[in-house]
Design a protein around this ligand. Structure first.
Ligand SMILES: Nc1ncnc2c1ncn2[C@@H]1O[C@H](COP(=O)(O)OP(=O)(O)O)[C@@H](O)[C@H]1O
Ligand SMILES: [Mg+2]
Length: 116
């Protein structure tokens, strides 16, 4: 992985504008999703890394899906949350897995063992 924001991107102003808008919405408590698609080498990863570089104040979680991992249950969920949950304090973990997200605890418990 390159350092986020380390590559100067050419001709991506509309995409960067959409990323900035999504981040601005997130800063005021909104939620949004962006879909970045295109053929190999077009710059999807570079754009994601630029987005991560611009996401000051956010926690950025990353995961990638591969066709050989299709048989692995909840592979992307594990990639996204396992590292963060491992690093979290007991107090943080308890707070994150409360309420609507409580149901995820039963899945993640098998990953985290006694930590969850
Ligand atoms: N808009 C851009 N301006 C400059 N370099 C770019 C741009 N988009 C991609 N690149 C460069 O092209 C290469 C391939 O981009 P990458 O993000 O890996 O493509 P993808 O993830 O779509 O396969 C990388 O070296 C990346 O830094
Ligand atoms: Mg890529």
């Amino acid at each position: 992985m390159r350092e986020p924001g380390s590559v100067e991107l050419f001709e991506r102003e509309p995409s960067l504008g959409a990323i900035d808008s999504a981040l601005a919405e997130g800063r005021v408590g909104g939620g949004t999703a962006l879909l970045i698609e295109g053929p190999a080498g077009i710059g999807k990863t570079a754009l994601l890394e630029e987005a991560q570089g611009r996401a000051h104040g956010f926690v950025a979680l990353r995961a990638g899906g591969g066709e050989f991992e299709r048989e692995l249950p909840l592979g992307v969920v594990r990639q996204l949350f396992e590292p963060a949950l491992w690093r979290a304090t007991d107090r943080q973990r308890e707070r994150w897995l409360r309420g609507a997200s409580e149901i995820a605890g039963s899945v993640l418990a098998s990953i985290l063992g006694s930590r969850c």
